[in-house]
Design a protein around this ligand. Structure first.
Ligand SMILES: Nc1ncnc2c1ncn2[C@@H]1O[C@H](COP(=O)(O)OP(=O)(O)OP(=O)(O)O)[C@@H](O)[C@H]1O
Ligand SMILES: [Mg+2]
Length: 282
């Protein structure tokens, strides 16, 4: 096919040889299948910030550390240079997350780098070598739904151990190949420690996964992995080896209040009895 303009620099630099076909064009990016030597890869071309939707909203960026303070100041000022810096950080966030997660044992497309706003990565394929379907496009037998849900909970845990929350995890951002689920689409990944919305996003990510797999295996709907994971993470006790149960017994405020009230009542009763005894003694 005719090479799209944004991919020309990669051909000129010899990073890729040929664009084979477009895979899809969404709100955030256009995705192509490309050839580099004998390898077939996936190229994700980011759209300009102005054409993008919600994902770059302030709540996702909170807690992201700028690479240096001059860049950070430029970004805060919103100058043309600052906007270009912000774009670059947005692109780098996805490739950085892919490197981190690959190293942590989470299945994501293996990254090959990000060049001029184009992310090059492994193409996830089905048995016939075609681009793999999204989780949304497959139906899963009950036992496999339970198995894959457990795998996803493990991936979310490993992500949290590296300090990241996906922030847009759903059946549309998970591909399925022969070996199981593969997580994609990470430019918005949030910093678990520095972002005040991290917990809410973790809960939403887990709810999306649980509801999807729960259609095929109802028992999953009773699980609560988010509270369990977050409680351990906050205490600094979540490790890649942590075995999660999906069960969480919340110590609710109400129970606390009840027990405090009971203690007060008992103390009051004791005091009354003491006062009464003293009066009798007089
Ligand atoms: N590494 C890959 N291997 C195979 N297919 C891929 C890969 N990366 C992306 N795709 C395909 O391209 C689609 C879009 O990719 P991605 O979700 O990363 O981009 P996006 O534009 O941010 O998405 P959206 O706005 O639709 O959520 C995916 O749904 C998937 O079908
Ligand atoms: Mg997507």
């Amino acid at each position: 096919m005719k090479t799209p303009k944004r991919l020309l620099p990669l051909i000129e630099d010899g990073l890729i040889d040929e664009v084979l076909y477009p895979l899809m064009s969404g709100k955030e990016a256009s995705v192509y299948v490309v050839r580099a030597g004998r390898e077939v890869l996936c190229a994700k071309v980011y759209k300009d910030a102005a054409k993008r939707s919600f994902k770059q909203a302030v709540q996702y960026r909170e807690g992201r550390k700028g690479r240096n303070s001059r860049r950070q100041r430029a970004i805060e000022k919103g100058s043309k240079f600052g906007r270009a810096q912000q774009e670059e950080e947005w692109h780098n966030a996805e490739v950085d997350a892919l490197y981190k997660l690959s190293a942590a044992g989470v299945r994501v497309p293996k990254p090959q780098g990000c060049f001029d706003g184009v992310l090059l990565m492994e193409l996830i394929t089905d048995q016939s070598g075609e681009a793999a379907p999204r989780l949304n496009d497959v139906s899963v037998p009950e036992d496999l739904a339970i198995e894959d849900h457990a795998t996803m909970m493990d991936y979310v845990k490993l992500m949290l151990c590296t300090g990241l929350v996906h922030g847009d995890l759903s059946e549309f951002n998970v591909l399925v190949d022969e070996e199981g689920p593969v997580i994609i689409d990470l430019p918005q990944a949030v910093d678990a420690a520095g972002n005040n919305h991290a917990r809410t996003m973790l809960e939403r990510d887990i709810r999306n996964m649980t509801q999807y797999y729960g259609q095929f295996a109802e028992t999953l709907l009773e699980s609560d992995y988010a509270s369990e994971m977050w409680a351990l993470y906050e205490k600094g006790k979540l490790t890649p080896d942590t075995k999660l149960t999906g069960k969480f017994t919340a110590v609710t405020k109400k129970a606390d209040v009840d027990s405090v009230m009971l203690q007060i009542k008992e103390a009051y009763k004791e005091k009354q009895e003491r006062d009464e005894r003293m009066r009798e003694d007089d």
